[in-house]
Ligand binder design. Structure first.
Ligand code: PMV
Length: 360
């Protein structure tokens, strides 16, 4: 391509898994299928400025929230090494990567899903610009492509690349439900996430996720270490089989709108994820006392009010409180009055399901 420089910009959301990805094979291939709600407010916004360069090395700078950041560089270096055979122009340009999050940095909210998906999308946009430039230099007349098909290719490859940055990042490109990992009950792939194509009852429209920040510190166990704990784990085989079953059951639940069944699957998945960490060698307890206080309060509230509120957890102490949008007012009132006290500085973030990433 003749293009010497340019800029692309994407915003990409975080996601919250309902059936959890925990355990992977080589090349970021998941041991079990997972499904997640794409979020809306918790996003990373990334701008990449690319400038043609000499030499054969990867060359990039990272700016996080306006300031030059060295801490992210090794992760991005690894990411570039993994994707270079799919992105041939990676050594031809210098990349200035400017990124920021809509959620506070030290919130304990993992930014790898939103961050890696935003970066993958920027690289896809650059790929597209360079490709169009080459096509135009051969065909001065605009060439009409099948836009749905090319959109499909774009999203799939963006998700494929994002997966190589951070597994769960492949579930952040689209929304509101994304499946990743081969399984018997839905259309899916180990290589990228795709929009859940089953029927979804209106009970799940605009589902709410209020993230209670119990512990804003650095993760005690990185997900790289965490996934490795499933190697030779005594319960690994059962766990992977269970994920398949839970996904098959969730598919039915999405179609029927059975919120009571939804709650059971989602909470069991969260506790199983933590049970895997408690029963691996080395073992970890990633919940904090306040995590358990919150879980007990949620259960009590559910009993007393017949609410469909439930919780899920990632590999940390923070609690994602999930509930139908119909219950927004009552549940937010409950959170404010009874759960906020268990958060660091009473801090929580209100989010809900969304449709995925956007070009800016
Ligand atoms: O994407 P990773 O490698 O950071 O793994 C994330 C794993 C969990 O967040 C715990 C579960 C999931 O499916 O998102």
């Amino acid at each position: 391509s003749h293009i010497k420089s340019g800029t692309v910009k994407w915003s990409s959301p975080s996601n919250i898994a309902l059936v959890k990805y925990w355990g992977k094979k080589d090349n970021q291939i998941p041991e079990n299928p997972s499904i997640s709600f794409t979020l809306s407010n918790c996003k990373t916004i990334t701008e990449v400025t690319y400038t043609k360069k000499e030499g054969d090395d990867f060359s990039f700078d990272v700016y996080f929230e306006g300031e030059k950041n060295e801490a992210f560089k090794p992760k991005i270096q690894t990411f570039f090494e993994r994707i270079e055979s799919y992105i041939p122009f990676l050594r031809d340009y210098h990349f200035k990567i400017e990124t920021s999050n809509t959620f506070p940095h030290s919130s304990g909210i993992a930014s790898s899903a939103s961050g890696m998906s935003a970066l993958a999308l920027c690289l896809m946009s650059i790929e597209e610009k360079l490709k169009n430039d080459v096509i135009q230099s051969c065909h001065p007349e605009p060439v009409e492509g099948d836009s749905e098909e090319s959109q499909n290719y774009f999203n799939k490859k963006a998700s494929f690349l994002a997966r190589l940055g951070s597994g769960s990042a492949c579930r952040s490109i689209e929304g509101e439900l994304v499946v990743w990992g081969e399984n018997e009950s839905t259309e899916s792939s180990d290589l990228f996430g795709i929009k859940f194509n089953g029927e979804v009852h209106s009970n799940f429209k605009n589902y709410q996720d209020t993230i209670l920040l119990v512990d804003k510190g650095e993760k005690q166990v990185s997900s790289t270490v965490g996934h490795k704990l499933m190697f030779g784990h005594p319960f690994a085989k059962e766990r992977f089989a269970q994920a398949h079953k839970n996904l098959a059951n969730l598919k039915e639940v999405f179609a029927s709108g059975d919120l009571k069944a939804f709650v059971k699957i989602v909470e069991s998945e969260a506790l199983t994820l933590h049970a895997m960490m408690m029963t691996s060698i080395p073992y970890f307890i990633l919940m904090k006392p306040n995590t358990l206080e919150i879980i007990n309060k949620i259960w009590k509230f559910r009993e007393e009010t017949n609410s469909n509120i439930c919780f899920t957890l990632d590999a940390g102490a923070n609690v994602h409180v999930l509930y139908p949008s119909e219950e927004k007012e009552t549940v937010l009132d409950f959170i404010k009055k009874e759960l906020a006290a268990y958060c660091q500085n009473e801090h929580y973030i209100c989010d809900h399901t969304g449709l995925g990433a956007n070009q800016i």
